[in-house]
Design a protein around this ligand. Structure first.
Ligand code: AOF
Ligand code: ZN
Length: 357
């Protein structure tokens, strides 16, 4: 049986839950009969609701088809969470073989699901397409193992790595085709994060359910800026600014219950990103997409797990324009920050390169 092909299908199914299951992992499941025919499929559709295996097995409730093999991209759970353990249901349904993509990194499960299945006499085949399965749930893995929010940066640049001309002119570097794909990338993250400079310079809307704005001096236009017109917004500001400022803004935005202000530590005139990241993790935001200028991108570099760089085949020229990463000046190439290329895609006439730590 082609377990890799079946696992690929599980990954595809799992992705249907993208943007809806956080902080849970994305999970898809395929069930086969003894002859190897697919008789059911399911996925984890919504946080708090049925796990993938339960959905796939419940589909068979009023059918006389007999499940034999269950393929799933994550070890079936062994605990009572929002739902009873999937391992118990798999045993109860008389499944003979379970094929998995990776062990669950959640310490409550961590191998206990596999043990439960084996103790019930079920054959278990592990780690099919393990790399792909780990990649699918990279956010969940970081959250569970490091208790930290996953950080990605999106930038759109010229060939020479510029995000705008020196005048600030930046609309548009990349094509509609590329910019439409950004919406899909946003959907993969719990929140978007940007800076007051970007809000003031570009007045973006950044359509998303949760948005974070770093506004040290609270100088963005809380009444009129597009970013504040939809979604739930968390604004971080310097806790040492004149306390009348946040008070007057709170009065001004009283009717906009969707804006929340958080005082924050500042080092060297910059918002302490460690403080911000800890706070947003506490708020239950498990992944963010940073969409800002070179300064904030540079400051985030040490916290970044992934970079999406759209590149348009245009050149602004040396000394002209703003760099996508204002980080620091190094004297040796050996001191550069190193990433790996994870993927290259065409959004004609532009390309998207995805880099990983
Ligand atoms: C699976 N299949 O589809 C998912 C799993 O509180 P709960 O009930 O939503 O459980 C969440 C935990 O269950 C999560 O942290 C992870 O360990 C596992 N998720 N497991 O076998 C699924 N979503
Ligand atoms: Zn489960």
């Amino acid at each position: 049986m082609d377990y890799e092909l079946l696992m690929q299908r599980c990954i595809e199914l799992a992705k249907l839950g993208q943007g809806k299951v956080s902080p849970n992992p994305m999970v898809g499941c395929v069930v086969l009969d003894a002859q190897g025919n697919i008789i059911s499929e399911g996925y984890h559709e919504q946080y708090g609701e049925n796990h993938a295996e339960r959905n796939a097995l419940l589909n068979l409730m009023n059918s006389d088809k007999k499940p034999h093999t269950l393929v799933v991209n994550l070890e079936p759970c062994s605990h009572f969470g929002k739902t009873p353990p999937c391992a118990d249901l798999i045993i109860e349904k008389g499944i003979k073989r379970v094929v998995t993509g990776m062990r669950d990194v959640n310490p409550i499960v961590a191998g206990n699901g596999i043990t439960k299945l084996k103790n019930a006499g079920i054959e278990v085949i592990e780690n099919i397409l393990e790399d792909e399965c780990r990649e699918l749930n990279e956010v969940f893995i970081k959250n569970m193992t490091e208790h930290k929010t996953f950080v990605a940066i999106k930038t759109a640049t010229t060939i020479d790595g510029k995000i705008a001309a020196y005048t600030g002119s930046s609309k548009w570097i990349t094509s509609d085709n590329a910019r439409n794909h950004v919406k899909q990338i946003r959907n993969m993250y719990d929140a978007i994060l940007t800076s007051s400079s970007t809000v003031i310079a570009d007045n973006p809307t950044m359509e998303h359910k949760y948005k974070i704005v770093l506004d040290r001096e609270l100088k963005t236009d809380f009444e009129n800026a597009n970013i504040y017109k939809s979604g739930t917004i968390y604004v971080f500001y310097d806790k040492n600014i004149d306390p009348d400022k946040p008070k007057s803004i709170l009065r001004q935005i009283e009717t906009k219950k969707n804006i929340n202000l958080f005082p924050c530590h500042v080092n060297d005139n910059k918002i302490d990103l460690n403080h911000v990241l800890n706070k947003i993790y506490e708020l239950g935001i498990m992944s963010i997409l940073v969409e800002a200028g070179g300064h904030l991108n540079g400051s985030f570099l040490n916290y970044t797990d992934k970079i999406y760089q759209f590149i348009a085949p245009k050149i602004l020229g040396d000394n002209s324009g703003l760099s996508c990463f204002n980080y620091r000046s190094v004297t040796s190439i050996n001191d550069s920050v190193q990433f790996k290329i994870a993927d290259v895609q065409h959004f004609t006439p532009d390309i998207l390169i995805t880099y990983k730590k």
